[in-house]
Design a protein around this ligand. Structure first.
Ligand code: NAD
Ligand code: DAU
Length: 334
């Protein structure tokens, strides 16, 4: 199988690329990533000489490029992860979210339709449901520019299945954690700040609840959805590990041996969703998927990963990581 992975240099994308190389070694992967601030080619250093992984720097909104990749690499399926993914950034500047998440997705769908691909996996999010406990039939009620742009992309993808017969499968997953998450998101940000004895900014009163899933469990679900998902179907993916933000932050501090006095309650995120809780029984029943990581142990291992990989996130904080493509990667190719 030849698979085009979009956003393969981000947090989940780079974990998925490595997961697929290990679990589906006969698959050829083309990784299309624009390398926005969130894309980090260093995440895939281990695959630099891998003949079954080709990195292409480019925008999913570039139809000509997408057509060219689908044709020349005889792509069978697209795993679409590229997105602007951070809620706070979407509040500061929604435009890039509409551009990439909505219009970029539509470009990919149109290219996939014309190339008659056999599968289009749309990696959506549980945030499309708004706040509460979600099954796949819960009406969508997104609240942020990020989640509304994902909801638009999610629904347009399903429309391509219904109207054009494109073999679309949609997954809606809860909050991921694990290695290589950009340190603007809750867990890596709190670990980095705690290690530097800087304040840990908790929004509001810290009572918001998220359902945490280890990124490898998400990758396993995405692989099964690619292989076994049914056209036009939506699959919720969740970790059954709901935690209040404040409790999670305290657990991180305790794992690092740092005092709770580092916690600083700050102004709440505008439109902050109170709770995400997901019923993933359909994916378990129909895809044969189940999470394997136990939250407490996997969170402790994740915290240790950031302790041990301090240079990785320090290079992000300093901006050095963005020079890797020009100074080392491109030079190595020439
Ligand atoms: P991320 O921000 O870490 O990575 C996004 C990647 O997409 C980056 O490598 C970036 O360079 C690339 N990208 C952005 N715009 C692009 C464009 N126009 N063309 C090509 N590449 C572009 O995101 P993530 O946390 O890994 O999330 C990946 C996907 O999974 C997203 O679609 C997100 O909505 C979804 N998702 C994330 C979570 C989570 O907890 N992180 C949960 C559920 C769903
Ligand atoms: O549910 C899936 C979604 O999870 C994905 O679709 C998004 O791409 C991903 O970013 C994530 O969204 P959240 O907004 O839930 O993640 P974030 O890590 O930004 O925040 C988690 C919770 O922690 C949320 O309630 C806000 C809070 N928070 C976050 C930050 C960055 C804080 O209290 N302080 C912070 O500094």
């Amino acid at each position: 199988m030849n698979v085009l992975v979009t956003g393969g240099c981000g947090f989940i994308g780079s974990n998925l690329v490595k997961y697929l190389r290990a679990q589906r070694p006969s698959w050829n992967l083309v990784n299309l990533d624009k390398l926005t601030y969130a894309g980090n080619l260093e995440n895939l250093r281990a695959l630099e000489r891998d003949p079954c992984h080709l990195f292409v720097r480019g925008d999913i909104g570039n139809r000509e490029l997408v057509d060219h990749l689908l044709r020349t690499h005889r792509i069978d399926a697209i795993a679409h992860l590229a997105a602007e993914s951070h809620v706070d950034r979407s509040i500061l500047g929604p435009e890039a979210f509409i551009q990439t998440n909505v219009l970029g997705t539509q470009v990919l769908l149109e290219a996939a339709r014309h190339a008659k691909l056999s599968r289009f996996l749309m990696v959506s999010t549980d945030e499309v449901y708004g706040t509460g406990l979600f099954t796949e039939t819960t009406p969508l009620a997104p609240s942020s520019p990020y989640s509304s742009s994902k909801a638009a992309a999610d629904l347009v993808s399903l429309a391509y299945a219904h109207t054009f017969g494109l073999d679309v499968v949609v997954t809606r997953c809860s909050n991921n954690y694990g290695p290589y998450q950009f340190p603007e998101k809750l867990i890596p940000l709190m670990v980095a700040n705690a290690l530097n004895d800087r304040p840990l900014p908790v929004y509001g009163d810290g009572s918001n609840v998220r359902d945490w899933l280890h990124v490898e469990d998400h990758c396993a679900a995405l692989t099964l959805a690619l292989e076994k998902g049914e056209r036009g179907q939506v699959y919720n993916i969740g970790g059954n590990s709901e935690r209040r933000n404040l409790d999670l932050v305290k657990t991180i501090l305790s794992a690092l041996g740092k005092p709770e006095s580092l916690i600083k309650f700050v102004a709440d995120r505008p439109g902050h969703d109170q709770r995400y809780a997901i019923d993933a029984s359909k994916a378990k029943r129909t895809l044969g998927w189940a999470p394997t990581h136990v939250f407490e142990a996997a969170l402790a291992a994740t915290v240790q990963w950031y302790v041990q990989h301090r240079p990785w996130w320090e290079r992000i904080v300093s901006g050095e990581y963005q020079r890797y493509f020009d100074t080392q990667y491109a030079a190595r190719l020439s």
